[in-house]
Design a protein around this ligand. Structure first.
Ligand code: AHR
Length: 515
């Protein structure tokens, strides 16, 4: 009887509290004088004219019953401000190289329509244009990042756009802006010079794109870039290192401030699978692709280092996130998907990767902000919900503009079949008030993991934490139960001398504050 009871106890204990060997994480013994600042722009977002991202997402129009400011939903403005959205990329994506900005200014009833050929073939009425976007950015407290059309536009159009939004000196474009009701320029710093030029942006070779880039980039400003604009070259598709090499070798440094990289996480491109009903095999494959971001950033950065050892040019990961099948019954061209704890895992590990590469990655834009791909917010008529990804972004905002504390991580494994991944991902920073934050992710859906965090020579008297977790990795927030998943206080981090012992729940994200 006794032995039966023991087996039962061992089974239950194993089921509910199965732990692995310990992960060790160490802060450096001494502060690193050369440690980079984690640019707040790593926490930026992306909003394309795609599906319900802009219309019926951000923008409901100023006659809507949904409370709004100049047509933009107030609940969205409040949530994104709370999350501390630092910058927003617009109007695409693939849409950007079909977009003619002059169609989106002036009286709305006079604006021409167009067909959004990439995304659902719907009519775009241009009611949300340059003024609406830039005014919305002001409401959000976010810097705008405009993606210029070099695929089907002209050099003159792009040069005019820069003048229209940023200059005060009298010229036809500043006059036009004033005539359209905006006296002061907005001053737009970030500019994408095309998007995915290797694909929807014109199917160009890197050699051809280099010449296009140089031409556009030259006429976007003057000899010395006195406008202070930040020109981002359309970057590589995932691991196309030849693309990065060709651009870095041939574009003069006086013409470029950033180079992009796009990488999405999915099971397989052709069989992405459901956003919510996925197997552990599909989960594992998605996480493997998400963690591949580290290899991509390392390898693209090595090419940048070769041509730009002083790290003047930023790596801008201006599209990343999870990409799955659309929700059943929705328009396949609208890319509307739910958002589970798998997405929280992708967000947590990816942001840790970017933080740890802060010397080169100085902007990143999650795709996409609202109702499209890995969104932080989903809307349904007047209802709105914050996704698990939102909560990760909000928990991690403590790293914005803080100084990186490089960590040495020896992670225990998340084993699936014959394959394995590091179970634990982490990054740390010290903010301007001297407060240290550590963000941790346990991607293992089967096991709790124990972590021993060595604080080096740093002395702390208190540790506080918040955790995002749920019973199953497939869990998500719904419009009927929008707060099923949200951060709660975390009490499983125990400080003793210069060590913190942490017990990470399965598939969880934790942020620790060390005073
Ligand atoms: O984010 C959706 C699409 O993915 C973007 O329009 C394009 O740039 C990328 O291929």
């Amino acid at each position: 009887m006794k032995s039966k009871l023991f087996v039962l106890f061992a089974l239950c204990f194993g089921l509910f509290y199965k732990t692995q060997a310990q992960t060790t994480i160490s802060m450096p013994a001494n502060d690193q004088a050369a440690a980079p600042v984690i640019s707040k722009y790593i926490y930026s977002h992306f909003a394309e004219h795609l599906g319900r991202g802009i219309y019926d997402g951000f923008y409901v129009g100023d006659t809507s019953k949904i409370p709004n400011t100049n047509g933009v939903r107030n609940d969205i403005i409040a949530a994104l401000r709370k999350m501390k959205i630092p910058a927003l990329r617009w109007p695409g994506g693939c849409f950007a190289d079909t977009y003619h900005w002059k169609d989106g200014i002036g009286p709305k009833d006079k604006r021409p329509t167009m067909v959004n050929r990439w995304w659902g073939g719907v009519t775009e009425d241009n009611s949300f244009g340059t003024h609406e976007f830039l005014n919305m950015c002001e409401e959000l407290g976010a810097d705008p990042y405009l993606s210029a059309n070099i695929g089907s536009g002209s050099v003159q159009d792009v040069a005019d756009w820069v003048q229209y939004v940023s200059t005060n000196t009298k010229n036809p474009m500043s006059d036009l802006r004033k005539a359209n009701g905006r006296d002061k320029p907005w001053k737009v710093k970030f500019w994408g010079v095309g998007n995915e030029a290797w694909g929807c942006g014109g199917n160009m070779s890197p050699e051809y794109y280099v010449n296009e880039f140089k031409k556009y980039s030259t006429f976007m400003t003057d000899w010395s870039n006195s406008d202070g604009i930040f020109r981002v070259a359309s970057g590589a598709n995932v691991a196309d290192y030849h693309w990065t090499e060709t651009l870095m070798k041939n574009i003069p440094k006086s013409l470029i401030e950033g180079i992009a990289l796009h990488h999405y996480s999915f099971v397989e491109w052709d069989t992405k699978g459901s956003a919510t009903q996925y197997s552990e095999d599909q989960y594992f494959k998605t996480m493997k692709r998400a963690l591949f971001m580290d290899t991509l950033v390392t390898n693209h950065s090595a090419i940048l280092d070769k041509y730009d050892p002083r790290k003047k040019i930023a790596l801008v990961v201006d599209e990343w996130g999870g990409w799955y099948d659309v929700e059943p019954g929705t328009n396949p061209g609208f890319l509307y998907q739910q958002n589970t704890m798998r997405d929280a895992m992708i967000a947590g590990v990816t942001l840790n990767i970017f933080n740890n590469h802060a010397d080169r990655v100085r902007m990143a834009n999650l795709a996409q902000c609202i109702n499209v791909l890995q969104s932080v917010i989903l809307t349904n008529k007047e209802k709105m919900l914050l996704t698990p990804t939102y909560h990760v972004m909000e928990m991690y905002n403590v790293h914005q503009d803080a100084t990186l504390i490089p960590l040495t991580i020896k992670s225990d494994a998340y084993v699936f079949g014959a394959d394995k991944l590091p179970a634990i991902s982490a990054s740390a920073s010290r903010d301007k008030d001297g407060v240290v934050h550590v963000t941790l992710v346990n991607i293992d859906p089967d096991n709790v993991h124990k972590i021993s965090l060595n604080l080096g020579n740093k002395k702390f008297t208190a540790v506080k934490g918040r955790v995002l977790a749920s019973a199953k990795v497939q869990d998500y927030n719904t419009f009927d139960n929008p707060e099923k998943i949200k951060p709660v206080p975390f009490n499983d981090a125990v400080l003793k001398d210069n060590l913190i012992n942490i017990t990470m729940p399965k598939t969880s994200v934790v942020v620790l504050t060390l005073n």
